[in-house]
Design a binder for this molecule. Structure first.
Ligand SMILES: NC(=O)c1ccc[n+]([C@@H]2O[C@H](COP(=O)([O-])OP(=O)(O)OC[C@H]3O[C@@H](n4cnc5c(N)ncnc54)[C@H](OP(=O)(O)O)[C@@H]3O)[C@@H](O)[C@H]2O)c1
Length: 319
């Protein structure tokens, strides 16, 4: 085992917020969920957030998974071993996630459900009502995590939206409150104006957009960085020659090398896959380890224009 593995049963023991060491050995990973439908499945290990709540390091992305087909794909993901589902009002699949929660034999405590506040409902009262509507659609009493989906800084209502999330947490509607696509300047403003920092920042992150500055800022502020489109939404990164060489050396797929690299950076991942084979592959990340040189060589692939869709949170807005 590497000297860098500083976890003990999912708890960081080196330093409270040292997410850079947030990866685990295969031994720690193979915990069984006694309440799961398929007890042989891998269960993603958890880490503790700065509010004391736990979050699985690997969650399941649900963007584009809607209706009956979406329900089936998400049920398959739970059978494969995923416990965290990443939804959003704007994915129009909170109903499907609710149906999955209704159908699964897993208890509520064994699931980790995330949703996100859309830009069009960032005013305080609307935000509270939107969170309640999300809960009603999913037939839930609380979310494990709720995020502001985008800061939308030109509209400039994200501080008000954050005050609503703080209030919703006090009302018991949300366990952990966080943000998505927030830049350091947005996070600094939240802290200055409300005194409360998010515990999670979900941002675009993959080998061509590795977010060194944002990761460092988050880490310095006790914020856990979670990678969206961790596989670059299956763009050319999945044919990258450098990563392919590393994959061959470890007898793993390129996708597995990328996800493992993200975990070794201390970042959580939420890959989406409609295929049960690839769902399993994306969980099977704890029986190998990348060397420091391999981690660095993937970091060197970062590109100044590496975003998948040119969505810069300083200017891009989503409603
Ligand atoms: N907060 C935000 O603003 C934001 C923005 C975007 C996404 N997200 C969240 O992040 C999640 C993940 O991002 P994403 O869905 O955009 O992209 P992604 O997870 O990076 O990539 C998904 C694509 O990769 C393919 N894939 C998955 N596993 C693979 C493997 N092992 N080998 C080869 N191909 C594989 C999938 O195809 P198959 O399905 O055919 O396997 C799909 O085409 C979303 O689902 C959503 O929950 C959040």
């Amino acid at each position: 085992m590497s000297e860098n593995v500083l976890f003990n049963q999912g708890q960081i023991i080196s330093s409270k917020y040292d997410f850079s060491k947030a990866y685990l050995s295969a031994e720690l990973f193979k915990k069984k969920d006694s309440n799961g439908p398929e007890p042989s499945a891998n269960q993603p290990e958890k880490i503790t957030l700065s509010d004391g709540n736990e979050i699985p390091l690997i969650g399941f992305g649900t963007y584009t998974l809607t209706g009956g087909a979406g329900v089936n794909t998400m049920m398959q993901a739970l059978s494969t071993g995923y416990r965290a589902l990443d939804s959003a009002v704007n994915y129009e699949n909170e109903g499907a996630v609710g149906e999955v929660i209704r159908r699964t034999s897993l208890s509520r405590e064994n699931l980790f459900i995330t949703s996100k506040l859309p830009g069009r409902h960032q005013r305080f009262d609307e935000a509270i009502a939107t969170i309640q509507e999300s809960l009603y659609r999913m037939h839930l009493d609380y979310f494990d995590l709720y995020l502001i989906h985008w800061p939308n800084p030109i509209e400039d209502h994200y501080v008000e939206a954050w005050q609503a999330l703080i209030k919703a947490q006090k009302m018991g509607l949300i366990r952990s409150i966080g943000v998505s696509n927030f830049l350091p300047e947005h996070l600094e403003r939240l802290e200055k104006e409300t005194g409360v920092l998010p515990v999670v920042n979900q941002v675009e992150l993959h080998p061509y957009w590795s977010q060194a500055k944002q990761r460092q800022f988050d880490k310095d502020h006790g914020i856990f960085t979670q990678a969206w489109s961790p596989l670059g939404r299956a763009n050319t990164v999945l044919q990258d020659k450098t990563i392919q060489k590393i994959a061959e050396a470890h007898n793993k797929s390129i996708a597995q090398i990328i996800l493992r690299w993200e975990l070794q950076l201390g970042v959580g991942v939420i890959p989406k896959s409609s295929s049960s084979k690839r769902q399993f592959e994306n969980l099977d990340l704890f029986n190998f380890e990348l060397s420091e040189e391999e981690v660095s060589s993937i970091l060197a692939l970062d590109k100044p224009d590496g975003r998948t869709n040119n969505q810069d949170p300083a200017t891009y807005q989503e409603f």
